[in-house]
Design a protein around this ligand. Structure first.
Ligand code: NAD
Length: 282
């Protein structure tokens, strides 16, 4: 079985991006800039944002974090986004989710210019992705896609089963694999007989948030299995896939941690660079 090394894939991608930033700097005399807005002091968000900043600096991006207390007014956040939309040194804007209850998530997402939406959540980018046009692509599914392509460059006609239909993961994952000519089934909490759906998949992507939901006997022999889940349990972090069982059947499998997670941040940097290039018509 191939253990898909997301840490290594992400390090390789960051190396490529570092070179690209240097050549963009040579050509345009400026570097792509990523601005992250962080509201409140939720521990996981603090950790994610710190890692994003560290990785952005590592590849040579200009990076900035704007912090607000939990109590910040929605209007103040929207005003800041408007400022950043009009700031030429900012290529990408990310508002770290989740937001406090009094702030309307969709309003915030739609306030970011689609051209600077490095998360790919703006309806314009969602629509462009589903129509097969150029767009920002949500970072986690983009990372999964790049890992799958490393194992199997030609996905023509493969049967893919996506477990979970979130806007963040399942739906964009479906679009990316459709574009690669996979036959895609998207499953969710109301799917009848999830096991028999999964058994048809040459590729399985699990993004649910239930520890070890996907079992060994749900997996077709030699399938590629991508585990997006990150679940805290008393035995530490585990994915949505029962790793020990599935590793005996699959051709390739991502571990948790060290699989999809590292690729998510590397893809955020990639998206920032793509926004910079697109905005300059490069
Ligand atoms: P979500 O809660 O928004 O969506 C979960 C989806 O799973 C829903 O579509 C729901 O229908 C489906 N579902 C729920 N119970 C099910 C069941 N019994 N059978 C089949 N489907 C079921 O979650 P999300 O934001 O997509 O995140 C999913 C997981 O991925 C979480 O563990 C999250 O922490 C993790 N995650 C990881 C990364 C990363 O970088 N690795 C990034 C984002 C999210």
């Amino acid at each position: 079985m191939i253990l898909i090394d997301g840490k290594k894939a992400a390090a390789d991608l960051r190396e490529e991006l570092k070179k690209e930033v240097l050549s963009l700097k040579d050509k345009h005399n400026k570097v792509p800039g990523l601005t992250v807005i962080l509201i409140g002091d939720l521990a996981p968000s603090q950790i994610y944002v710190r890692n994003k900043e560290k990785s952005a600096n590592e590849v040579g991006l200009k990076s900035e974090v704007i912090r607000y207390p939990d109590s910040v007014e929605e209007s103040e956040v929207l005003k800041k986004i408007d400022e950043l939309n009009n700031d030429d040194s900012v290529s990408g804007i990310l508002v770290q989710l989740p937001l406090p209850k009094h702030i309307d998530k969709q309003k915030v997402i739609e306030a970011i210019l689609p051209e600077k939406d490095v998360d790919g959540f703006h309806p314009m980018n969602v629509g462009n992705l589903s129509s097969g046009y150029e767009s920002s692509i949500p970072c986690t599914p983009l990372g999964c896609y790049l890992l799958i392509k490393k194992i199997e460059p030609n996905l023509n006609g493969k049967k893919a089963v996506i477990v979970g239909r979130s806007n963040l993961n399942g739906k964009p994952m479906t679009q990316l694999l459709l574009k690669e000519n996979c036959t895609v089934t998207i499953t969710h909490s109301k799917t009848n007989d999830l096991k028999s759906e999964c058994l048809k998949g040459d590729i399985i992507v699990a993004a649910v948030g239930i520890p070890e939901l996907v079992k060994g006997d749900w997996i077709k022999k030699d399938a590629i299995v991508i585990d997006v889940g990150i679940n805290k349990t008393e035995n530490g972090l585990v994915g949505d896939v029962a790793f020990d069982e599935v590793s005996k059947v699959a051709k390739a499998l991502t571990p948790v941690p060290g699989g999809v997670g590292p690729m998510t941040i590397a893809c955020l940097l990639k998206n920032t660079i793509e926004c910079f290039k697109r905005n300059l018509g490069d």
